[in-house]
Ligand binder design. Sequence first.
Ligand SMILES: Nc1ncnc2c1ncn2[C@@H]1O[C@H](COP(=O)(O)OP(=O)(O)OP(=O)(O)O)[C@@H](O)[C@H]1O
Length: 360
Amino acid sequence: MSAGIDLDDVCCDFGSFRAVDHVNVSIQPGEFFSFLGPSGCGKTTILRMISGFTEPSSGVVRIGGKDMRGQRPNQRPTALIFQNLALFPLMSVADNIAFGLEVRGVDRAKRRARAEELLRLVDLPGAGDKMVSQLSGGQKQRVAIARALAVEPAVMLLDEPLSALDLKLRQHMRAELRAIQKRTGVTFIYITHDQGEALAMSDRVGVMSHGRLQQVANPRDIYDTPVNGFVASFVGENNILTGTVGNIGQGLATFETALGVFRARMPATSMGPVKLYVRPEHMRFSTTPGEVNSVPVTVGDVAFEGNFISVHATTANGTVLVAELRNDGTGAMPEPGAAMHMSFDPARAAILPDETAAEA
Ligand SMILES: Nc1ncnc2c1ncn2[C@@H]1O[C@H](COP(=O)(O)OP(=O)(O)OP(=O)(O)O)[C@@H](O)[C@H]1O
């Protein structure tokens, strides 16, 4: 019932502009896979090439191992869900869900039974007789998913389906979508520019920039071990320092900056420019200098955010460093104006090819 998808060296050109640039990825049957990236990076174009609305300029899309060249959208085992749901407002919920089955000539009793089954699946049991106009945004979204699932697609393609919903509902629907995907076992391909959505729902995430797939990994690895400055900066926050690499050995390197010499992981030797990236939650404060990677600072803004405390501090040369401290009552809590030391564990900092280099 679910199928894998292979994008084999796929490119898509619009005139002289290359929107998708040599993308290679294999998505497993039953996987929840997200393409994550900023506006214009080529996500929708990838989805359109999978669904058949756009043909690749070169390369091959395979669904369930089958070459899709020449296969029209309605010949592909895919269903597409957009932000604008295009439900029929004057039809009942059940008729909306069963619409695709009616087109295929399935009889009324079977359509109704299938609609009820799908309503239970999306957690709207008994809502079949309601009109679409009586539903909330989140309920409409679930009806749209049920309607797409009615025709038993092997692959669901979701194009920012939650972006029209308010924040609370969006967060709730993340868990719903994930649960629906697990229950059905259908392959979900989800595109979004919202890192929180991609990280929370996906088995794996493909981060894109300028038509290129920068990294494909599970959410934890995307966040903890980004391969370059673009991924590090697009997914989460960072303190970023410029400098030059000194000695390299056993995965760690020294990095000479205007603030002093630091040690950090260097996952790959890069021929181009590199920068040092440290996430705010890995910065520590102390009243005495730390043993490694320590820099004296003057504490600036201390913002209480509930579960964490965000602290800005300034070094002697005016560089602003940001820390996020857990609000758990442990560790020295910086006070505005205090002279302190900030430090970070070398294993928690990375020297990576810099952002502009990754995007070039
Ligand atoms: N039919 C087209 N003709 C010309 N250029 C196009 C066409 N479709 C897309 N593009 C361009 O290709 C690039 C990628 O577009 P795409 O819609 O895939 O991006 P996206 O990552 O989905 O962005 P968004 O998040 O804003 O939807 C953009 O620069 C866009 O302007």
